[in-house]
Design a protein around this ligand. Structure first.
Ligand SMILES: [Zn+2]
Length: 182
């Protein structure tokens, strides 16, 4: 359920079988999230929200509704750009260096640029559309190298260096960016 709140904007309410009491947190979009026990009535949810208003104001970094919507728009645009670019770039580099992956997924995690799972699925963060193409390629080559080495062992880095001799510089430069949609 989503409550349209004049102060906090859209508040995401999750009814959770395991919750014993109501808890507040912040979603990645900066929206207020409420987790409540499964059978809490809508009325009780609103009452608790009102009761907690001043505590939320001082303790949680809820973004204002305009910022929340601006972030939605940014995320939508990045997703669109990522869809048009990342799967094809991955395919190109994999073909060029003879890697076989199974699937490409787009992610929007706040902390990781990419990942490679044991079932050979490569996830690439839509935030890669914010960084220069050469750093994007580094991340893709990094994840492809994980198909052969599921760790960051010296052998893994030798393989990365083989396809991206400047990987150390790229890795350092990437730290100036954050994968999340700001
Ligand atoms: Zn890695």
């Amino acid at each position: 359920m989503i409550i349209e709140d004049p102060e906090f904007g859209e508040v995401i309410v999750r009814r959770n079988a395991l919750a014993r009491s109501a808890r507040f947190s912040i979603s990645t979009s900066g929206r207020l999230q409420m987790s409540v026990p499964k059978y809490t009535s809508d009325r009780a949810v609103r009452k608790f929200l009102n009761y907690s208003r001043s505590a939320i104001r001082t303790q949680l970094p809820v973004k204002n509704p305009t910022t929340q919507r601006a972030r939605d728009a940014k995320k939508k645009l990045l997703t669109k750009q990522a869809r048009a670019e990342l799967p094809y770039r991955l395919e190109y580099l994999a073909t060029k260096y003879s890697y076989n992956y199974d699937k490409c997924r787009l992610s929007h995690a706040n902390t990781r640029w990419g990942s490679c799972s044991s079932n050979r699925t490569i996830s690439l963060n839509i935030g890669l559309m914010k960084v220069p193409p050469v750093l994007r390629d580094y991340v893709i080559l990094h994840e492809l190298a994980h198909l052969n080495h599921m760790d960051h062992s010296p052998a893994f880095w030798v393989e990365v260096a083989h396809h991206d001799p400047n990987y150390k510089d790229h890795r350092r430069k990437l730290k100036h960016f954050s994968p999340g949609v700001d």
